[in-house]
Design a binder for this molecule. Structure first.
Ligand SMILES: *[C@@H]1O[C@H](CO)[C@@H](O)[C@H](O)[C@H]1NC(C)=O
Ligand SMILES: *[C@@H]1O[C@H](CO)[C@@H](O)[C@H](O)[C@H]1NC(C)=O
Ligand SMILES: *[C@@H]1O[C@H](CO)[C@@H](O)[C@H](O)[C@H]1NC(C)=O
Ligand SMILES: *[C@@H]1O[C@H](CO)[C@@H](O)[C@H](O)[C@H]1NC(C)=O
Ligand SMILES: *[C@@H]1O[C@H](CO)[C@@H](O)[C@H](O)[C@H]1NC(C)=O
Ligand SMILES: *[C@@H]1O[C@H](CO)[C@@H](O)[C@H](O)[C@H]1NC(C)=O
Length: 335
C-alpha cells in the first residue's frame, strides 16, 4: 500500500553532468562586446535594456528584401538600481521580426522550451526569459554596487527576418517588460538605433507594503521567496553540493483537508544533462541508463560505472514507495 503523502520527503541524488558539455553547447559565447553606449544612468528601479549587437545577412538570399534572413546577436540585461532585491526575475521580450532563438545564455526560456525556439509560436505575445543561474538580483546598497550581483545579462543568438540595414529601422523587439506584478514598466524606448530600454518602478501598492522579506546578503541561501499556499506543495531542496553532483531532498506535502494522495508520480525535466545516480525513499518508474551511455554523460564521465547509475531519462518519473520508506533523497550528477 502506498503511503498517503503527509510530508513525505523524497531524496534524489542525481549526477549533474553539466559543467563541460551541456553548458558549452548551449551557451552562446559572449558576443564580442560591441561597445554599447551606457544606457540612461537615471534609473532608480529595475532597468531593462535590449541591445542588438549586430546582424549579418545569411543564405538564402531572397528577392523580397523584407523577408531576408539575418543572423543576429543581442544582449538583454536586467539591472537592479532600487532598494529591494529582485527575486526570481523574468523578463518579457516581444519580438517582432519572426526571431528564431538558437542560443540563450544567462537565462532560460521560462516555459522550458527547447532551442531553437520559434518566437512566432508566441503569436505576438512576449517571450519570457528567467534568470539562470543568476535568479536573484540584490540591491546596490547591500552589495556596495557590485555589478555582478545587481545585474544579470542574457546573451541571445538567433535568426531574424528584416530589410536591409539603413533602409528600415533596426529590428528591435517591440516591447520589453518585467514579469513582476510589483513593478510598472513604461513602454520601452530606443535610446540609440539598436538599443531599447525602460526603467521599471515599484507600484505604489508594492512600495507601501513594507512586509516584503529582505534578501539576506550575507547568506543568500537564507533568502527565500515567500511561501505560496496551495493544497500540494512540492519542494526541491539542494541539501549538499559537490563539484559535479548534488544531493536534493524532494518533498511533497499534502495540505488538502479532504484529499489523500496515494500512488503519486512526480516528474520533472532536466535542462542541463543531469542524471540520477541514486535515490532513497522513492523509485524511478524506469531504471534506464542507455541515454547516459550513448549520450553526453557517457563521453564526459568516461570512467564512471554507469551500471551503478539509476536513471538517465530527460524526464524521469518518480514513484511513491510503500509507507516503510517515508522520504526521498536524490543524488544528482551534473555534466
Ligand atoms: C550585456 O550588457 C551589459 C551592460 O548592458 C554588460 O555588462 C554585459 O557584459 C553584456 N553581456 C554580454 C554577454 O555582452
Ligand atoms: C516559425 O513559425 C511560423 C508560424 O508558425 C512558421 O510560419 C515558420 O515557418 C516557423 N519557422 C521555422 C524556422 O520553423
Ligand atoms: C497570447 O496572450 C493571450 C492573452 O494573454 C492568450 O490568451 C493567448 O493564449 C496567448 N497566445 C499564445 C500563443 O501564447
Ligand atoms: C529610434 O528608432 C527610430 C526608428 O525606429 C529612429 O528613427 C530613431 O532615430 C531612433 N532613436 C534614436 C535616439 O536613435
Ligand atoms: C504585502 O506583501 C506580502 C508578502 O509579499 C503579501 O502577502 C501581502 O498580501 C501584501 N499586502 C498588500 C496590501 O499588498
Ligand atoms: C542572514 O543569514 C545569517 C546566516 O545564516 C543569519 O545569521 C542572519 O540572521 C540572517 N539575516 C537576516 C536579516 O535574516
Amino acid at each position: 500500500m502506498a503511503g498517503s503523502i503527509a510530508s513525505q520527503a523524497v531524496v534524489l541524488g542525481a549526477i549533474l553532468l553539466l559543467a563541460g558539455l551541456a553548458a558549452a553547447q548551449q551557451t552562446p559565447r559572449a558576443p564580442a562586446a560591441a561597445a554599447a553606449p551606457a544606457p540612461d544612468p537615471g534609473c532608480n528601479g529595475i532597468q531593462l535594456t535590449y541591445n542588438l549587437q549586430g546582424r549579418e545577412k545569411i543564405r538564402p538570399f531572397v528577392p523580397d528584401r523584407s523577408k531576408q534572413p539575418y543572423s543576429f546577436k543581442a544582449n538583454a540585461s536586467v539591472l537592479n538600481g532600487g532598494t529591494r532585491p529582485l527575486r526570481s526575475w523574468s523578463m518579457l521580450v516581444t519580438f517582432g521580426h519572426d526571431e528564431i532563438l538558437v542560443g540563450v545564455g544567462g537565462a532560460v526560456l521560462t516555459g522550458g522550451a527547447e532551442l531553437p525556439y520559434n518566437t512566432t509560436e508566441d503569436a505576438g505575445n512576449a517571450t519570457s526569459f528567467s534568470g539562470y543561474p543568476q535568479t536573484d538580483l540584490l540591491t546596490p546598497i547591500a552589495t556596495a554596487g557590485d555589478i555582478t550581483q545587481i545585474q544579470a545579462s542574457v546573451g541571445l543568438v538567433g535568426t531574424l527576418f528584416a530589410g536591409p540595414r539603413g533602409l528600415v529601422p533596426e529590428p528591435l523587439p517591440t516591447a520589453l517588460t518585467l514579469d513582476d506584478p510589483d513593478y510598472n514598466c513604461p513602454a520601452a524606448t530606443n535610446v540609440t538605433a539598436t538599443m531599447l530600454t525602460t526603467c521599471c518602478l515599484l507600484t505604489p501598492e508594492a512600495e507601501a507594503n513594507a512586509t516584503v522579506p529582505e534578501a539576506n546578503a550575507t547568506d543568500p541561501t537564507k533568502s527565500f521567496l515567500p511561501r505560496r499556499t496551495g493544497d500540494l506543495v512540492i519542494t526541491y531542496d539542494v541539501v549538499q553540493a559537490y563539484p559535479t553532483s548534488y544531493l536534493a531532498l524532494v518533498t511533497l506535502e499534502n495540505n488538502a483537508k479532504l484529499g489523500r494522495l496515494d500512488n503519486w508520480r512526480l516528474s520533472w525535466e532536466w535542462r542541463r544533462g543531469e542524471f540520477i545516480y541514486s535515490m532513497k525513499g522513492a523509485h524511478p518508474l524506469e531504471v534506464d541508463v542507455n541515454e547516459c551511455i550513448y549520450g553526453a554523460p557517457g563521453q564526459y564521465y568516461q570512467s564512471l560505472d554507469f551500471s551503478q547509475v539509476l536513471n538517465c531519462e530527460k524526464k524521469p518519473v518518480i514513484l511513491d514507495l510503500p509507507l516503510s520508506r517515508p522520504a526521498t533523497l536524490v543524488h544528482v550528477v551534473v555534466l
